[in-house]
Design a protein around this ligand. Structure first.
Ligand SMILES: *Cc1c(COP(=O)(O)O)cnc(C)c1O
Ligand SMILES: [Zn+2]
Length: 421
C-alpha cells in the first residue's frame, strides 16, 4: 500500500499530485525565489498500521521504513546495502568539547562512501518507477558518484555535468560506474545543459538545475532515514542537537523531516534542534539578519568543496527557524583542525566537508553554554579518502630509515625515541 499522498509546498502550502515536479512550487514562485515541494503522507494511516515493535524486527536498510518513502514495492528492490550506518560514541572528542553524550553518525560506510547514497537510492528508484531511461545531475563530487552507481545498478544510463576542476577521485568514481561525465566551463552552464536535457530529452533530474536550489523532492526523502536510524540507535529517543554540514541544505531538510515524522507517529517524544554548518554561510547570513528568504553570498574557494555553495534552499532555512535552530559558518582552518581531532581522537577520517560538522560543534562549544549531558550528534557525510590531498597539505613527510643490520636498527630506534613525542 502506498501512503504518499502528494507534494506540498513548504512555503504556501499548495498541494499537487505526485508526479515529475522538479522546479519547486509554481504557485508562490517569484523572480528570485522558489520554494521546495515536499512529499506528503497519510500519517494517520501509517500510525494505524506501523507498529514500533514490528519496525524494529525488519531487515536493516532504507526500505525498512517503506511506509515513509515515496516509491512502490518493485522500485524498493533497488538496494546495495545503503543505510544502517554506525552511530559512534565519541568519548575522547566529547571530553575535549565538554560533552558526555557526543556521537558521530558515520555515513562514510554507505556503498559509495557518502550520505548521497540515501538521496540517490530514492531518486533512482523513483526515476526507474517513472519509466526514465537516463538520470542526470550537476555535480563535481559525491552526488555524481553515487548517482552513477545507483543508475548502473538500476540499469539506467547517467550523465553528470561536472566542472573542469573536478577532483580526480570523484571523476574516477563517476566514470568507473559508467556515467558519461562532461566538464562544463561554468556552474550556470551546467544547469542550462541539465534543464534543456530534462525538458527536451526527458532525462530524470536527480538534483537541482535551478537557483535557488529546490532539489529533487523524492530523493530528499531518503535523508529522512538518517533521523529514523539515529532515534532507533539511541533507544527510540531523539537527540537534543544535530550538526549537519550544509551545501544546498537537502540533507539538513530531509533529516529534520525525519525527526518530525517520528515524533508525529509517536515513535519519539521530542525533536532535536538542528545546526547547519556551512563554508560560505548563506543560511548563517539569513539567520543572523532575520531575512525571510536565503540570499546568495559571495563565492570563495574552500577546502570543503562538497559544501561550497553560495545559496541554500528555503526549506533548510525553515528547519533552522524551529526551536533551538542555529547556523554556523566555519573556515578552512577550523575544518582541518576538526578533521585532525576526529581522526586523532576517534579514529574517524572525514572528508573536509564532512568534518565541517565537527568544526561547527567545536566552534559552538568554545563559546560555551552547551549542556554537558545533552545528546549531540554530528553527521559525518563522507569519508576522508574522497579528498586525501587536503590532509596531505598539513601532514609531514614520513621519516626514512635505512637499516643494514641489527645494530643500525637499534641506533635508528634510539634516535627515534629521543625525538618522538
Ligand atoms: C552534498 C554534500 C553535503 C551537503 O549536502 P546538501 O544536501 O547540499 O546540503 C555535505 N557533505 C558532503 C560530503 C556532501 O557530499
Ligand atoms: Zn508555494
Amino acid at each position: 500500500m502506498d501512503y504518499a499522498t502528494g507534494l506540498r509546498c513548504v512555503n504556501c502550502g499548495a498541494t499537487y499530485p505526485l508526479g515529475p515536479m522538479f522546479e519547486g512550487c509554481p504557485a508562490c514562485r517569484e523572480r528570485d525565489f522558489v520554494a521546495n515541494l515536499a512529499v506528503d503522507y497519510d500519517y494517520a494511516a501509517i500510525a494505524a498500521s506501523l507498529r514500533l515493535g514490528e519496525l524494529a524486527q525488519r531487515p536493516a536498510g532504507l526500505w525498512r521504513y517503506r511506509e515513509l518513502l515515496p516509491v512502490g514495492e518493485t522500485a524498493q528492490r533497488l538496494s546495495m546495502g545503503e543505510g544502517q550506518t554506525p552511530l559512534v560514541w565519541c568519548q575522547r572528542l566529547g571530553k575535549e568539547v565538554g560533552l558526555r553524550r557526543l556521537y558521530a553518525k558515520n555515513e562514510a560506510t554507505n556503498p559509495t562512501g557518502s550520505f548521497k547514497d540515501r538521496l540517490c537510492c530514492l531518486a533512482v528508484a523513483h526515476a526507474w518507477e517513472s519509466g526514465a531511461q537516463v538520470v542526470t545531475a550537476a555535480s563535481t563530487g559525491n552526488h555524481g558518484a553515487s548517482l552513477a552507481a545507483y543508475a548502473a545498478r538500476a540499469g539506467l544510463r547517467s550523465v553528470i555535468f561536472a566542472l573542469a576542476n573536478i577532483p580526480p577521485p570523484m571523476l574516477t568514481l563517476m566514470q568507473v560506474y559508467g556515467a558519461a561525465v562532461v566538464a562544463v566551463d561554468s556552474k550556470e552552464g551546467r544547469w542550462m545543459l541539465m534543464e534543456q536535457a530534462v525538458k527536451g530529452y526527458r532525462w530524470y533530474p536527480a538534483g537541482t538545475y535551478l537557483q535557488p536550489p529546490v532539489g529533487n523532492p523524492y530523493g530528499v526523502e531518503g535523508y529522512k532515514t538518517i533521523a529514523y536510524e539515529i532515534c532507533e540507535q539511541l533507544g527510540w529517543q531523539a537527540p537534543d542537537l544535530v550538526f549537519v554540514p550544509v551545501g544546498h541544505g537537502d540533507g539538513l531538510s530531509g533529516v529534520w523531516k525525519g525527526f518530525k515524522e517520528f515524533q508525529r507517529l509517536g515513535f519519539t517524544s521530542s525533536k532535536p534542534a538542528m545546526v547547519s554548518v556551512e563554508a560560505l554561510g548563506a543560511l548563517a547570513n539569513a539567520v543572523a539578519k532575520g531575512l525571510p528568504r536565503v540570499e546568495p553570498v559571495s563565492a570563495r574557494p574552500t577546502v570543503a568543496f562538497s559544501i561550497g555553495s553560495t545559496l541554500a534552499s528555503h526549506q533548510a532555512l525553515l528547519a533552522l527557524r524551529e526551536p533551538g535552530g542555529r547556523a554556523v559558518t566555519v573556515s578552512d582552518e577550523e575544518i582541518m583542525e576538526a578533521q585532525k581531532a576526529l581522526a586523532n581522537l576517534e579514529g574517524l577520517y572525514a572528508e573536509p566537508s564532512s568534518a565541517a560538522a565537527v568544526a561547527g560543534l567545536m566552534k559552538l562549544a568554545r563559546k560555551g553554554g552547551m549542556d554537558p549531558d545533552s545528546i549531540v550528534v554530528c553527521l559525518l557525510t563522507s569519508g576522508g579518502l574522497k579528498d586525501p590531498g587536503a590532509s596531505r597539505a598539513y601532514l609531514p613527510p614520513a621519516p626514512t630509515a635505512r637499516i643494514e643490520n641489527a645494530a643500525a636498527a637499534q641506533r635508528w630506534l634510539e634516535r627515534f625515541m629521543e625525538q618522538w613525542q
